[in-house]
Design a protein around this ligand. Structure first.
Ligand SMILES: *Cc1c(COP(=O)(O)O)cnc(C)c1O
Length: 389
């Protein structure tokens, strides 16, 4: 059966390299948090979580509650990026809130609604009155997402005060973090620094609020792989040029693709990362074919020279993109050409190997299918076995 090999040394190398790259220019480096969403970018959630735990990762980000429940015992903080979290979920599972409406809905579904305090009532009543709400054992921690220029999701800057006011008055919700997604990390664009400036302005407002209300300071974060690598490499110059106060640096960085061995930045990053996943397939059968004979559906591939051709047990049903013949040529890691048309469960190439490495770096696949490594990786079927080496 085909399987995915996970190179634990490459994974460690990536985390060490990224952590060194970020820490080398500043005194108190941000914590390195790992993004494990979408089955750890197709690598296998539980396998990568366990490697991350061994490395010392403390905070992770997952897609939803179902993913969080598979790994919550391994980390002090697991934040779900999407969907809901039940009020009685393990308390180290934090829930991100991406709009005012979502926050209001969350307040409304707490079981103490029976006490007569709806969101509206909380807004109308004084905090003293609201604090009379009998304490119940449930308290959920949230991370509030704010929009800083990507204009995709997150609270608008002018909704922040309403959100903070709701939080002040809710005994059941604790603000664990405030975060944003800088959508310009990959591009050489002013938008990157403008987004950072916007986030710093939001940070200042939240810090003032937390001091004024004696509410513990939440954590702040806004950078993913390319943004973090780029920002910390030249933070001194950037702080000067954009008048940023280094006291307001983020507390954590959210590293996704870099941990898995890739980055897609247009800006040179001067970092060597190693792909973690490689895909291996096993031979199903071999056949001697003569020049001119054809292989597979529709006979798209014609044999150019007599030789032995074999079929291997992985195809588009396992999450690979289907090679039809019009995309350009595609090769296995050891150089054998993958012959179109790819089938659901297998592909053919000229080889007699018992086991073949389909890829050990998905950049070639991404190029052939005019997409990015993220797409190739996240499509990998969760049913392929993962083997950590
Ligand atoms: C996916 C994601 C990341 C990670 O981005 P990379 O480019 O893979 O490092 C960070 N933050 C959020 C909110 C994300 O959704």
């Amino acid at each position: 059966m085909a399987y995915i090999r996970l190179d634990s040394l490459a994974f460690e190398h990536n985390l060490n390299t990224i952590s060194h790259h970020i820490a080398s220019t500043i005194q108190s480096a941000p914590e390195l948090a790992l993004v494990l969403k979408d089955n750890a970018y197709g690598h296998g959630l539980t396998q990568i979580a366990s490697l991350a735990h061994s490395w010392g990762i403390q905070s992770v980000f997952v897609k939803n509650y179902a993913e969080a429940m598979q790994i919550y015992e391994l980390f002090p903080v697991i934040t779900t990026l999407y969907g809901e979290v039940p009020y009685d979920a393990p308390s180290n599972i934090w829930h991100s809130i991406a709009s005012l409406a979502e926050l209001e809905a969350m307040l409304a579904w707490f079981p103490d609604k029976a006490c007569g305090y709806s969101t509206q009532a909380m807004l109308k009543n004084s905090p003293q009155e609201v604090s009379k709400i009998p304490s119940i054992p449930y308290q959920r921690t949230i991370e509030l997402k704010v929009n800083i220029g990507m204009n995709r999701n997150g609270l608008a800057a002018d909704e922040l005060d309403s959100a903070l006011m709701l939080l002040e008055r809710s005994p059941h919700i604790r603000l664990g973090g405030v975060f944003a997604h800088n959508g310009y990390g990959d591009n050489d664009d002013r938008g990157f620094m403008q987004s950072i400036q916007r986030f710093y302005a939001i940070k200042q407002r939240v810090l003032l609020w937390s001091e004024r209300n004696h509410i513990p300071r939440p954590r702040f974060h806004s950078l993913s792989t390319s943004g973090a690598l780029r920002f910390y490499a030249q933070q001194r110059e950037l702080c000067k040029e954009w008048r940023l106060d280094s006291a307001l640096f983020d507390d954590i960085v959210r590293i996704g693709i870099g941990a898995y061995g890739y980055h897609t930045s247009d800006v040179p990053l001067h970092i060597q990362l190693r792909p973690v996943a490689s895909l291996w397939a096993k031979k199903i059968s071999s056949l001697f074919l003569k020049k001119g004979e054809r292989i597979g559906y529709g006979g798209v591939s014609k044999v150019r020279k007599d030789g032995v051709f074999s079929t291997y047990d992985v195809g588009y049903g396992d999450g690979l993109f289907r090679l039809s013949g019009s995309e350009g040529r595609l090769f296995c890691a050891s150089g054998e050409e993958i012959l179109p048309v790819m089938s659901m469960d297998n592909f053919s190439c000229q080889s007699e190997k018992k086991e073949i490495c389909v890829f050990d770096d998905v950049r070639g696949w991404a190029q052939t299918f005019r997409t990015i490594p993220y797409v190739i990786l996240t499509h990998l079927s969760p049913f392929l076995p993962r083997v950590v080496v």
